[in-house]
Design a protein around this ligand. Structure first.
Ligand code: SAM
Length: 695
């Protein structure tokens, strides 16, 4: 279409909502012949003839957009599901789809897009007026996306109903007085889940200062103190005199979910973050509709039978809430648990660190370590030890550093570099000789492993679109340049890895490779299931696949068993009661992550609940032969197989879930568990008003 012809069409469009010079018009407000002309122009560049309901044009420009807002007339503030950005002059048409469950753009003042005489305008305009009156549009910078918008509406104590704003009934004075927040603080023996996670990641137990904000009865503080770790705590009920000082690490554990006042909830989060110099851990009780239905609705949560308030968050909802309030994207660490790392470099280092494989389970070729001095001492050399022999210890340390890094260490990466150079020779010379003596396989294996780890990290960074991406720490910087030659080349490798996930065949092949290496139990074409401790040893494509699920779940190693569904783009993460201590553990929780739909479903298994705890038979199938406890488990599993096969009238297919426990009760009664273990776990009993993920 000629430029001039298009200009005439654009000029003939009037009305609509004008934002930043562009005009947005609903298709019902366009004359038939104008809409036909738009369709004709768009068709020339391969754009759609249907499937959009709003057209955005720009005067004196050949650029336009087609937008699709499903339920435009029904939904008070429609959400953008799809858009096409078109440049008629350049013949370009780009389609983009938005996941409505995530955080798509939201449309306000939709009446303006309709014809001036459209009868629906009256109702829509009155909604706009109401919203203006409540000051909902005050901050135009943040109202444009669903989550932020909903948070603003909620914060004003409002809810959208049809095309009206209604006040959320405020908990009455007597009700509010009845909320006994402190009653939510439970006594516990060990460290809470978030404190354990902070410990595991080295934030607690070292030299960093720790503050437990909303510490309840102080059980975490007591456990830390018993372990010789100094930590401070504050709680408005139990420890009001405690100090609230700036600290390196702050824990806000299961506090947000007990605060019934949305403003105070946001304030508690902001204040806790304000005190965190390095990292803030935020955890909240998770629960779905079922948990809510058990109790009386109260504010935006429920009032339990013990007069405690609970706002049951969804895992994603919690992450988005943190991001909205703090303006910083948190990192998902476990169900209902996030870390907010203040510095970009720390965030990148954290993400990169959790992609490190151990290489212990045979995925990478590893050369047998040979002794440092191979040659038999000859008579002539017997007297004075050589320089090389004298410095065996520093050489060994240097070699370990090379294997750990997958490359020779740089200045600052091996603290005895100066000593090595002075006593033996320069690092490249020493490395050359070591490679000759020990073979290059070990170093090459380490290099491959590190490149695998880094490409997984880069691919996941791209998937998550992290703002901190690129703020690499010094080690990653050297690695990327050394291994790929340049940063763009490294990014390409990460991108290629991410894109490879679209191919179910490639996923199937990677699952087969993993199973052949002893990593998991493969049901060909269907699934690979494995012990979660093995995830970082998998081929990179599978690690990214599972890592993408981790964005919605948290650290997958928090689960016990991971199942990769080969064709359907799903990952299931299972947690058992005392998985390591039982030969047949019982399922407690299953989380299914649908990567294509970006949806997470939680299933809780409990005695007397909706799902009964399910036994996990043949646990050795999910383990690697090099894992501790494998041999004992294998003997037990084979014993069970044989005992069941020999029992009269019992025919069991172990390829599926296996029989219900009662069916093999008599056989199990005669079996001995592997050393230090129980035969069967206990599962969990129904848990009243406690949701998942509590500490
Ligand atoms: C479920 S308990 C969690 C206690 C502890 N963090 C733990 O994990 O065991 C919730 C605690 O939050 C405290 N709390 C209530 N409102 C708070 C606020 N605005 N700021 C900080 N803590 C608060 C309560 O007093 C209660 O001790």
């Amino acid at each position: 279409m000629k430029h001039q012809q298009w200009q005439q069409i654009v000029a003939s469009i009037d009305g609509g909502k004008v934002v930043g010079g562009a005009r947005y018009v609903h298709v019902s407000a366009l004359a038939e012949k104008v809409l036909d002309a738009v369709r004709a122009g768009v068709a020339e560049v391969g754009g759609p003839a249907e499937g959009f309901n709003v057209v955005k044009v720009v005067p004196d420009s050949t650029k336009l957009s087609l937008l699709h807002y499903p339920s435009f007339f029904e939904r008070a503030f429609p959400l953008l599901a799809e858009s096409w950005t078109i440049d008629l002059a350049e013949g370009r048409c780009e389609r983009r789809s938005y996941d409505l469950a995530r955080n798509p753009p939201v449309l306000h003042r939709k009446e303006l897009l309709l014809r001036a005489d459209d009868p629906r305008r009256v109702e829509f305009a009155s909604l706009t007026e109401e919203a203006e009156r409540h000051g909902l549009f005050a901050n135009t910078l943040i109202i444009g996306h669903k989550n932020q918008w909903e948070e603003i509406v909620r914060a004003k104590g409002l809810r959208v109903e049809g095309h009206s704003l209604v006040a959320i009934p405020k908990p009455g004075e007597s009700d509010a007085a009845a909320v006994l927040r402190h009653r939510t603080a439970m006594a516990r023996r060990g460290l809470s889940t978030p404190m354990q996670a902070l410990w595991r990641h080295g934030y607690v137990g070292g030299s960093l200062t720790v503050l437990d904000y909303g510490c309840g009865r102080g059980d975490d503080l007591a456990a830390l103190e018993a372990a010789g770790v100094a930590a401070r705590g504050w709680d408005p009920h139990f420890r009001p005199e405690g100090t609230r000082e700036e600290s390196d690490v702050v824990n806000l554990g299961f506090v947000l979910n007990v605060i019934e006042d949305p403003d105070e909830r946001g304030m508690a989060l902001s204040q806790a973050y304000g005190l965190a110099r390095r990292v803030l851990a935020v955890s909240a009780l998770l629960g779905g509709r079922a948990a809510e239905e058990r109790h009386r609705a109260f504010g935006d949560g429920v009032l339990t039978s013990r007069n405690t308030f609970q706002k049951y968050f969804g895992h994603e909802e919690l992450g988005e809430y943190i991001a909205t309030v703090l303006g910083r994207e948190p990192v998902s660490v476990g169900p209902g648990l996030y870390f907010v790392l203040r510095r970009d470099e720390d965030e990148q280092e954290f993400l990169e660190g959790r992609q490190r494989s151990s290489g212990r389970f045979g995925a990478m070729p590893r050369a047998p370590a040979r002794p440092i001095v191979e040659r038999a001492p000859r008579a002539a050399r017997a007297k004075a030890p050589t320089r090389w022999e004298k410095s065996a210890e520093v050489i060994e340390a240097f070699w370990s550093a090379c294997i750990e890094l997958g490359r020779p260490p740089r200045e600052g990466e091996f603290e005895r570099l100066a000593e090595l150079t002075r006593e033996v020779a320069s690092a490249p010379v020493v490395l050359r000789r070591l490679s000759e003596e020990r073979g290059v396989e070990a170093l090459e294996g380490a290099r491959q492993r590190r490149m695998g780890d880094l490409s997984v990290f880069l691919a996941l960074n791209l998937f998550e679109r992290r703002r901190s991406a690129g703020s690499w720490g010094p080690r990653a910087r050297v690695d990327l340049r050394e291994f790929w030659g340049s940063y763009p080349k490294a990014m390409e490798a990460g991108q290629a890895l991410l894109f490879s996930l679209r191919d179910a065949k490639a996923i199937g092949a990677a699952c087969a490779t993993a199973a052949a290496q002893g990593l998991g139990w493969l049901v060909e074409g269907e699934s690979l299931q494995l012990d979660a401790r093995l995830v970082n040893e998998l081929p990179p494509a599978l690690r990214v696949y599972i890592g993408c699920a981790g964005k919605l779940y948290g650290e997958v190693q928090e689960a016990d068993v991971v199942k990769v569904h080969i064709a359907s783009g799903k990952v299931s993460l299972m947690r058992y009661d005392d998985y390591e201590g039982c030969a047949i553990p019982l399922l407690v929780e299953r989380v299914k992550v649908d990567l294509r739909r970006q949806q997470v479903s939680y299933y809780r298994y409990e005695a007397g609940g909706e799902f009964e705890p399910q036994p996990l038979y043949m646990k050795s199938r999910y383990m690697h032969p090099a894992m501790e406890g494998y041999d004992g488990q294998r003997v037990f599993d084979e014993g069970l197989r044989a005992a069941v096969a020999g029992a009269a009238g019992l025919a069991v297919d172990w390829e599926g879930y296996g029989p219900p426990l009662e069916g093999v009760g008599a056989v199990l009664a005669g079996m001995t568990a592997p050393a230090g273990m129980r035969v069967v776990g206990e599962g969990v009993a129904g848990s009243g008003d406690r949701g998942m993920g509590s500490g």
